[in-house]
Design a protein. Structure first.
Lengths: 113, 117
């Protein structure tokens, strides 16, 4: 069974640029959630995708957007990067349904200069 | 609104000591799920346990045990005979309600555990 994978592992961007992060879900999982984890904080929910549609969103601005593909993999796009976007971005996959366990990938560390 | 509080920011213990990590949650929902995750230095969140609000039985898995008390809204995690490999940041998380189609996790700020040899 293949776990959740994310790419790239590290990324350095400058303010104002755009970035795309990628996630492949665990085999058999059809739901992907994205979280942002600032240094020293717990992960914060960005949004969730199910059946290629956004299925819930946290308190993040529209410049954070995403996609889910037919194979359940997902992308997180962030436009007009700000310094505060520097964080660890975590992707989690799960089966659909409330309370299903979310399994996390290793994350992408984004640094915005 | 849902909220998870992990009051202990950092804990340091000597190997083989027992240690308890506290988690207090707030929710208006009558049905919900609670989770614990471990985050080693590599950054990946590792799932440890899931417990639904209907099940208040304590659980033991090897050196790990969990004490869920609905009356005090707490879901504490104990490591018995701690080992250096237990050093990590531990997160408590809450999700629900059970009749919702959207299941984001609400995390606490985490407790950094250092086990010294």
């Amino acid at each position: 069974e293949t776990g959740v994978t994310q790419s790239p592992t590290h990324l350095i961007k400058t303010r104002g640029q755009q970035v795309t992060l990628r996630c492949s879900s665990q085999s058999g999982h059809n739901t992907v959630s994205w979280y942002q984890q600032a240094l020293g904080q717990g992960p914060q929910f960005i949004f969730q995708y199910y059946r290629e549609e956004e299925n819930g969103r946290g308190n993040f601005p529209p410049r954070f957007s995403g996609l889910q593909f037919p194979n359940y993999s997902s992308e997180l796009n962030v436009n007009a990067l700000e310094l505060d976007d520097s964080a660890l971005y975590l992707c989690a996959s799960s089966l659909e349904g409330v309370g299903e366990t979310q399994y996390f990938g290793p994350g992408t560390r984004l640094l915005v200069l | 609104a849902q909220k998870v509080t992990q009051a202990q920011t950092e804990i340091s213990v000597v190997e083989k000591e027992d240690v308890t990590l506290d988690c207090v949650y707030e929710t208006r929902d009558t049905t919900y799920y609670l989770f614990w995750y471990k985050q080693p230095p590599s950054g990946e969140l590792v799932f440890l346990i899931r417990r639904n609000s209907f099940d208040e039985q304590n659980e033991i898995s090897g050196r790990y045990s969990w004490n869920f008390q609905k009356s005090t809204s707490s879901f504490n995690f104990t490591i018995t005979a701690s080992q250096v490999v237990d050093s990590a940041v531990y997160f408590c998380a809450l999700s629900g309600p059970l009749n919702s189609g959207n299941t984001p996790l609400v995390f606490g700020k985490g407790t950094r555990l250092s086990v010294i040899a």
